[in-house]
Structure formats: C-alpha cells, structure tokens
Design a protein around this ligand. Structure first.
Ligand SMILES: Cc1cc2nc3c(=O)[nH]c(=O)nc-3n(C[C@H](O)[C@H](O)[C@H](O)COP(=O)(O)O)c2cc1C
Length: 500
C-alpha cells in the first residue's frame, strides 16, 4: 500500500473501531452489572450496580482534588499549604517573602505570638548561634552539635535508598546531624558523610542477638564509626506510643532484610518496648550500659503521657550521681509522623509537643539537671516559628522528619505505608525512585537547614536578642481560649526570663 493512502485507510477504519469500542463498553457494563447485583459483600454496589463504582472513584480522586482546588492555604492536615510552601521555597533557596498580609488566624488557642522588641538587634550586633555540647564532661566523646535544626529518625526501610542518600549528603553540607531511625545503619547513611545519631529501636535492628537482646559486639562495632556521634534508645514515638516500629512486608526488600536481620517480604514489627526495660530504673541501666559499650553520648526518645515516670527517672539520677544521667532526651509530640501506625494511636494517644516540651524542661530544671541533660524537641516542627517556639520553651535542639521529607519533594500524598509513594521517598519501587535525584535533593536539604537557621535568627533579632539560644519563655505569648495571649513564662513559671 502506498504511504499516501495510509491516512485514508485509518479514517475509513474509525467507524468500525468506534462500534467495537462501544460494544466493549456495553459488554463491560453488563458484566459489572451482573457481578454487582450478584455479590453480597457491598450494599452500595448491590443496590446501585455500575454507578455505585463512581462513589469509590470520586472519594479516591477527592483526596487529590481537595489539595489542589478546594483546601484553603491554612486548612489541610497534618500540614497546610502555607507551611509546605514555606519549606518548598526555603529548600529551593527562593525568595520567601509574601505579599499583602498574613492568612494566619492569630486568635486560635495555642497559637504562639512572639514579642517584638521596640529596639531590635542590629545585624552588626548579632552573633552566631552558640554550639552546644552533648555529654560534655561526662562522655569520653562528647558531641559538639552546631546546628539547632537536625534530621529526625527515619529508618532505611521506611524511606528509600535515594532518600537516605539525599538526607545524609544534605546533612553533611548543612552541618546538621541525621538520625538513622530504628532500621539499623546502612552504607547509604555513611556514604553521605554526615554526623549520625544511631537509634536503637525496640527490635534493636543492626545490634541484636538472635533472641532480641542487645549485642555488645555489634554495638561496639557501630560505635567505632567516627561518623556515629551519639546513640538514641527509642522508648516510644509520638505517632504510635506503646507500639513498636511497623514496616509492611511489601517494603522489606532483600537488602533491608539483611540490614535488619529479618526475613524478606514479611511484616517487620518491633516489640512494644525494649525487653530489658520495664521501669525508669531499668531504662537508666540500659542507658549506662550503652554508654559504657559505645563511649559516646546516649539519650532516649519518648512521647510523654504522664510525667511521673520521668520524675522517677530523674530522681534516680540524683540518687546514683549526675554521671548516670541520659545525655539527652528527645521529646516527641503525640502529633508526630510515621511511616505506618494504627490510626487509634496516631490520633488519640500521647501529648502533643506543645504541651509535653515545657513539662519535660520544667521537670529537668526542678531536678537541677538542666546543664547535664540536653533536650531535643520533635513533632511538627517544620517552620521557623515552630523552631523558635521550641527554643523559647527550653529545647536545646529541634529535629524534624516530615519537614525534611517536604524538602526532598514529599507532596503529602499519605502513602508512606503502601510502597507507592509518588515522589520516591518512601518506596522501594525502582521506577518511582527514578524521580528522586539524591544529588539535587541534597542541596535542597542544605538550603532548608540554612534558611531555617537564618529565619529563626531573624525572629530572635526581632525579639531583641543577639542569638537564637538567648530566646526564652518571656519572648513568646500563647493565645488562650478567650483569644487573648499570655506570656509563656507566666503560663509555665519554672523557666523565668534569664533562667534558661
Ligand atoms: C517516614 C517516617 C519514618 C519514621 N521512622 C522512625 C523511626 O525509625 N524511628 C523513630 O523513632 N521515629 C521515626 N519516625 C518519627 C520521626 O522521627 C519523628 O519522631 C516524628 O515524625 C515527628 O517529627 P515530624 O513531625 O517532624 O515528622 C518516622 C517518621 C516518618 C515520617
């Protein structure tokens, strides 16, 4: 057939193709109809055969359309568009000024309003943020941590290889630390060259004996890595207090199974607590055991329910001697994020950071341990006002998980537990990982930390102090139920101006 005749042939075939297509659609509708009316599991489909499927289609699509078309800038959860956009612009190192006026409602109870000084700090008077050393005087290898803002624990397993590489390289460039999360130490954590905090989860992945107890040999091997600066015992995590880590079987690849020492393809569920820790006193024993083996600072991560057990732990420290104290406590908010958790725990259990952090700081101060035990705050701390609030409340450092996920491209599609993350961050599907270029995303991580630091400094200068660590509770007011604000040092008087 000559080439010039091809278009005519295609056009003449179109009516036939169209009739075939109509026929196929008709057959599909009939089959679906028969299937729907004869099944007994779904009432909607049985009562409304064929059209009932649109309900499910629309409720799935609604998830996406709401985000793009309907949700207002300050409406979405867990993070609204205004917050996500701030992170996106900060990580792209783009201009982060806005026009016309704030869209933030400043009368919602709990909102932090910083107290501007009539005579703010001149740029020429500002000084660099002081480096704080964790484990100073009490550890063989204290860690001088420069950055206030650091990367929270996300295991290799929950997040992908390119995500770990982007974060570890970005952390090195930014000069902040990266927490490994509970999935063990992978070569990708080390490859980036960042300072690392090794997390010992309740399953002790990477440092476990066959029976689930702590392996002294494996732990001291991890501690030999110069890059590993500290060890964090995970007591609990904000999104799932009382429940160990959960990695769905679909995400347990051969490599991840090897690193964790578990079977491939099977759900990886950590115990609800460390088997050897059933009291504050045993937690202290474990901290001291890990410190004795690793010779590095050791702390623990917890979400706060009631504060009495922490009181008992700090009292025990004062009994045993100050050297026995944890070098740091990471306070995770009940509203923290996760790769996978039961909704019942995620929604309902554990205090949000806004309530828990001042409680913990006050307890540490009441016990006279504020110079010994450093406080790391985590839980929805993704913008400068969050970080500045935490420092005012008494935190020494802030860590973020989801903030850094946004920095490397997360679009909050809420699919971390499905291995179908469209941005390649929480999936081991190679096709989806292709979109995540770890080199360019590492630069975004660096930009995010730098711009976060810069903007918190701007806030500190507006409050009239020379550097961020001089912020205290007298610099922030908290909006109360009547819409009026009260200075934080009046709400939580333990930590008065100048005490921190
Ligand atoms: C994908 C993902 C994986 C996580 N993995 C861990 C983990 O292995 N260990 C842990 O203690 N917390 C883990 N977390 C919780 C975070 O470290 C942090 O405590 C929590 O998300 C609060 O911080 P955020 O609000 O900045 O996300 C994970 C969070 C996310 C989003």
């Amino acid at each position: 057939m000559p080439l010039s005749e091809t278009p005519n042939t295609v056009i003449s075939l179109m009516p036939t193709l169209f009739i075939w297509l109509l026929g196929l659609v008709f057959v599909a509708v009939i089959i679906t109809f028969v299937f729907d009316v004869s099944q007994s599991k779904n009432a909607i489909l049985r009562n409304y055969p064929v059209v009932g499927h649109f309900r499910y289609l629309f409720s799935t699509l609604g998830e996406f359309f709401r985000q793009y078309f309907f949700a207002m800038d300050r409406e979405e959860m867990p993070f609204n568009r205004a917050e996500r956009e701030w992170v996106n612009r900060a990580s792209a190192d783009k201009d982060n000024t806005i026009a016309f006026g704030s869209t933030k409602n400043l009368t919602i109870p709990g909102t932090a309003i910083f107290i501007n000084c009539p005579f703010p700090t001149l740029d020429s008077d500002a000084v660099e943020t002081r480096t704080v050393t964790i484990g100073a005087d009490y550890s063989d290898n204290p860690y001088a941590a420069k950055s206030i803002f650091n990367i929270s624990g996300m295991s290799y397993g929950a997040i992908s290889k390119p995500a770990v590489l982007a974060l570890s390289n970005g952390a090195r460039m930014a000069g902040c630390w990266m927490n490994t999360g509970e999935g063990g130490l992978s070569s990708y954590h080390l490859e980036g060259g960042a300072d690392l905090v090794f997390q010992i989860g309740t399953a002790k992945y990477g440092v476990r004996n066959e029976d689930g107890s702590l392996s002294r040999k494996k732990l001291s091997k991890i501690a030999k890595h110069e890059q590993v600066k500290m060890f964090e015992l995970k007591v609990s995590q904000g999104a799932k207090p009382g429940k160990g880590g959960i990695l769905p079987g679909i995400k347990v690849t051969t490599e991840i199974a090897e690193i964790r020492g578990i079977p491939k393809g099977e759900d990886s569920n950590s115990p609800n607590r460390h088997i050897e820790v059933s009291s504050a006193s045993e937690l202290l024993d474990m901290i001291n055991r890990v410190r004795e083996i690793t010779k590095k600072p050791v702390g623990f991560k917890t979400v706060i329910g009631h504060i009495r057990w922490l009181e008992a732990l700090l009292a025990e420290v004062n009994k045993r001697g100050i050297a026995s104290a944890p070098d740091f406590i990471t306070v995770d908010g009940g509203d923290g994020g996760t790769g996978a958790a039961p909704m019942a725990l995620m929604d309902n259990v554990g205090l949000p950071l806004k309530e828990a952090l001042p409680l913990v700081v006050d307890k540490i101060m009441q016990c006279g341990l504020e110079n010994r035990v450093k406080v790391i705050a985590s839980g929805k701390m993704i913008t400068p006002s969050d970080v500045a609030w935490a420092i005012c409340a008494g935190a020494d450092f802030v860590t973020s998980a989801r903030g850094f996920m946004f920095a490397i491209g997360c679009i909050q599609s809420l699919k971390c537990n499905k291995n179908t993350c469209p941005t390649g961050i929480t999936t081991h599907n190679k096709r989806l990982q292709k979109g995540l270029n770890s080199k360019s995303k590492a630069i975004k991580v660096k930009n995010y930390v730098n711009n976060m630091t810069k903007t918190v400094e701007i806030m500190a200068h507006s409050c009239g102090v020379k550097e961020v660590r001089m912020l205290n509770r007298s610099h922030v007011r908290i909006v109360q139920i009547d819409g009026k604000s009260t200075p934080m040092n009046e709400l939580c008087p333990m930590c008065d101006e100048g005490e921190k």
